[in-house]
Design a protein around this ligand. Structure first.
Ligand SMILES: NC(=O)c1ccc[n+]([C@@H]2O[C@H](COP(=O)([O-])OP(=O)(O)OC[C@H]3O[C@@H](n4cnc5c(N)ncnc54)[C@H](O)[C@@H]3O)[C@@H](O)[C@H]2O)c1
Length: 366
């Protein structure tokens, strides 16, 4: 994983043009991660980012987190460590924020780009804000990586598959992305995929694109409206679990530690350079199934109610009945395979929500 070698003109480059790789620098900066590597993680104080940071620090890398804490939390990160630097910075802004990004990129060997507004419900209600931020942040990050020729991995999303299809989704599928507000998030991510592919094809900068499907585990916040922590929070506080629509929608979920392992299996992988790569779980559940598993996890308390999509999101909402990853490309190019179950992801998220709730309850009762 960390020692996959990339040399000029090896690996599959998706362009018919020969990329312009200046040989010496290319070899030095081919995205090989190893102990001592200097790694920037944008969005590193968030859910997936903080688990990635923990793992990189554990592997002996020097990690620089750039995050504006709009969604992430400083306490998600490991405490004092000489291997970890943190800067609170809005990566979508100009001026001094761009200068901080630039300095971090100039010193780094690799960058993981995770910083993003997230959530389909936000995209649905705040289309302009969502896509503007995805693009502003992405343009600044890609531009800095281009100027400093820094290898980069972009976290894209299964939302680029739009309405999707009835079978597991493959990277080669034609994308039926709609113009409805929900798809502003996917459209923003797809635009970033083009920017990152351009880094490889036009600028000769090594880059990787990972399409994440649903991820779950510790530190995933119910405030984002994503289903696992939202259901758990409802179950833990005695509220009904609200299912939008029939509950027949099918999804796969990936434990966050398997997501981090997948990101590391892609980063620096010469077979996947410039490719789109799906990263998702393989245990498929319906949303109604998920609700019952979550009720079982909290001891069977609580109930499930159904609300039509239109009542929650209005008539313009587009629902996606099936969203499941085909991970064949990643499996063929690496030894990655998920090892944790959905129940473990649910259990970890529950534990974290309860830990978070406990100090709050103590301060209210004192
Ligand atoms: N969690 C999932 O299931 C999932 C699925 C598909 C794709 N993704 C992608 O993975 C990445 C991480 O997602 P996550 O679930 O950890 O979300 P998250 O909200 O926990 O993490 C995103 C981080 O980005 C930071 N951020 C947002 N705007 C910023 C800005 N302008 N400047 C600096 N930092 C900023 C937030 O503070 C947060 O810490 C995102 O790019 C997301 O689109 C996640």
């Amino acid at each position: 994983m960390f020692d996959s070698r990339v040399r000029p003109n090896t690996g599959r480059i998706p362009s018919r043009r020969t990329p312009r790789f200046p040989a010496g620098r290319w070899i030095r900066r081919a995205g090989q991660l190893r102990p001592g590597s200097r790694v920037v993680v944008t969005g590193g104080a968030g859910f997936i980012g903080s688990h990635l940071v923990e793992r990189l620090v554990r592997e002996g890398m020097r990690v620089h987190v750039l995050d504006d804490l709009s969604g992430g939390r400083r306490e998600n990160l490991p405490g004092e460590s000489r291997w970890l630097t943190f800067d609170r910075v809005d990566l979508g802004a100009g001026g001094s924020s761009r200068a901080i990004l630039d300095r971090a990129v100039a010193k780094a060997d690799f960058l993981f780009h995770l910083a993003s507004p997230i959530g389909v419900s936000k995209a649905h209600t705040q289309r302009l804000d969502t896509i503007t931020h995805i693009l502003r942040i992405g343009l600044n990050v890609v531009d800095a990586c281009r100027r400093h020729r820094l290898p980069v991995l972009l976290t894209s999303s299964s939302e680029v598959y739009g309405r999707g299809s009835l079978r597991p989704l493959r990277e080669t599928d034609v994308l039926p992305l709609g113009t409805e507000a929900r798809f502003s998030y996917g459209a923003g991510k797809l635009a970033l995929e083009h920017l990152v592919a351009g880094l490889v094809e036009d600028a000769g900068v090594p880059a990787w694109i990972v399409r994440l499907f649903n991820v779950a585990g510790r530190r995933q916040r119910p405030e984002t409206g994503v289903v696992v922590p939202t259901f758990l929070k409802a179950a833990l506080t005695g509220m009904p679990l609200v299912i939008h629509g029939s509950g027949d929608q099918r999804r796969s979920f990936l434990h966050v530690s398997d997501a981090v392992a997948g990101l590391l299996a892609v980063a620096g992988n010469s077979k996947l350079i410039g490719e789109r790569v799906n990263l998702g779980g393989e245990e498929v559940v319906t949303i109604i199934d998920l609700a019952h598993r979550i009720l079982a996890e909290v001891g069977g308390r609580g109930r499930v109610i159904h609300k039509p999509y239109t009542k929650v999101f209005g008539s313009a909402f587009v629902q996606v009945p099936i969203r499941i990853a085909d991970t064949g490309r990643l499996r063929a190019a690496s030894a990655w395979c998920p090892v944790s179950t959905l129940n473990e992801a649910i259990g970890d998220c529950r534990e974290w929500l309860q830990e978070r709730q406990a100090p709050l309850e103590a301060s209210i009762s004192s």
